[in-house]
Design a protein around this ligand. Structure first.
Ligand SMILES: NC(=O)c1ccc[n+]([C@@H]2O[C@H](COP(=O)([O-])OP(=O)(O)OC[C@H]3O[C@@H](n4cnc5c(N)ncnc54)[C@H](OP(=O)(O)O)[C@@H]3O)[C@@H](O)[C@H]2O)c1
Length: 278
């Protein structure tokens, strides 16, 4: 069985531990360690565990927090992945590391964007993620960098949840606080459990950067409306007019066997998993 060493036990990592248990031999960095550890300590853990593959999900993943704390973001989102790549190189391990669709922030076009496009991300988080991709690949060409979309899950299994689309909609339905979405905001939104499932195929991809998540053929206002229909709720939704596209073309990953539902199909998969839809 493949030996996988996980970094990060947050929203995604906690689900990786639960979902891939028994399908790979999985261990994790001690919780909280990567927020403080230096390169030597990180290398020591990698040498002790001697994994076949490191799955790097640890990050500072809050875009707004990173914008306000660029030095912390630099360490967490750029230096730590570089240290992990160096450690993977030293023990001969593979590396699958998470990047983000925020690398596409600031593009004027509508997309969907492919991985080859030269980028200049409009926010600190995206900048650090983008630079990390390049530095990691320079160090370790076999590394697989996954540009993830906004992820979601429902509460359950005793796992951490964070602000995500269906939860925000459910909360708004309960509180009657209006939620605002733009008809000119375009991005994919992905059911996290399908993303975790696809990690098994992602570990077999050739080195490189991959768009990794659900495509979306509609804007965020319409996406929110369709999620509400699927969930049978009617929160107050308002239309905003801001413009953005983070849409990803996922053909490269698909050619390697990594296949996602579309954004609007994904919510039905999620609801079926929880016994909330047929
Ligand atoms: N969630 C999304 O919607 C989304 C969308 C696009 C991309 N991503 C990317 O996917 C990956 C996983 O995201 P996530 O949602 O699981 O994030 P998360 O819930 O914020 O978890 C990240 C984990 O990283 C570790 N960590 C916290 N502070 C750190 C620091 N200063 N330095 C290094 N590590 C730190 C913690 O795990 P330990 O305590 O176990 O070390 C934390 O639980 C990240 O690379 C993120 O950027 C996420």
């Amino acid at each position: 069985m493949k030996r996988v060493l996980l970094t990060g036990t947050g929203f995604l990592g906690a689900r990786v531990l639960q979902q891939l248990a028994g399908r790979v031999e999985i261990s994790a960095f001690p919780r909280g360690m990567l927020a403080k550890a230096g390169q030597e300590e990180i290398l020591r853990v990698v040498q002790e565990q001697h994994p076949d593959c490191i799955l790097h999900t640890a990050a500072l993943s809050d875009t707004g927090y990173c914008q306000a704390h660029p030095e912390e973001s630099h360490r967490a989102n750029l230096l730590v992945p570089v240290w992990i790549a160096e450690a993977a190189g030293q023990v001969g391990a593979g590396l699958v590391a998470f990047s983000s669709d925020q690398v596409y922030a600031g593009l004027e076009d509508h997309g969907p964007f492919d991985e080859a496009l030269p980028l200049s991300p409009a926010n600190i988080y995206g900048q650090h993620k983008y630079e990390a991709e390049q530095r990691v690949l320079d160090l370790l060409p076999r590394a697989v960098l996954l540009r993830a979309t906004w992820l979601y899950d429902l509460p359950g299994y005793g796992l951490p949840v964070r602000g995500n689309l269906p939860l925000n909609l459910w909360r708004a339905a309960l509180t009657r606080q209006p939620l605002r979405f733009s008809c000119r905001d375009w991005r994919g939104v992905t059911y996290v459990r399908q993303a975790v499932e696809n990690l098994l195929s992602a570990m077999e991809l050739p080195g490189g950067v991959y768009n990794f998540g659900s495509e979306n053929d509609t804007d965020m206002f319409e996406t929110a409306r369709r999620f509400c229909d699927a969930m049978g709720i009617a929160p107050p939704l308002e239309k905003g007019g801001w413009s953005r596209s983070l849409l990803m073309d996922t053909r490269k990953a698909r050619a390697g066997g990594v296949v996602f539902d579309t954004t609007c199909e994904g919510i039905f998969r999620c609801l079926r998993d929880y016994g909330l839809a047929n």
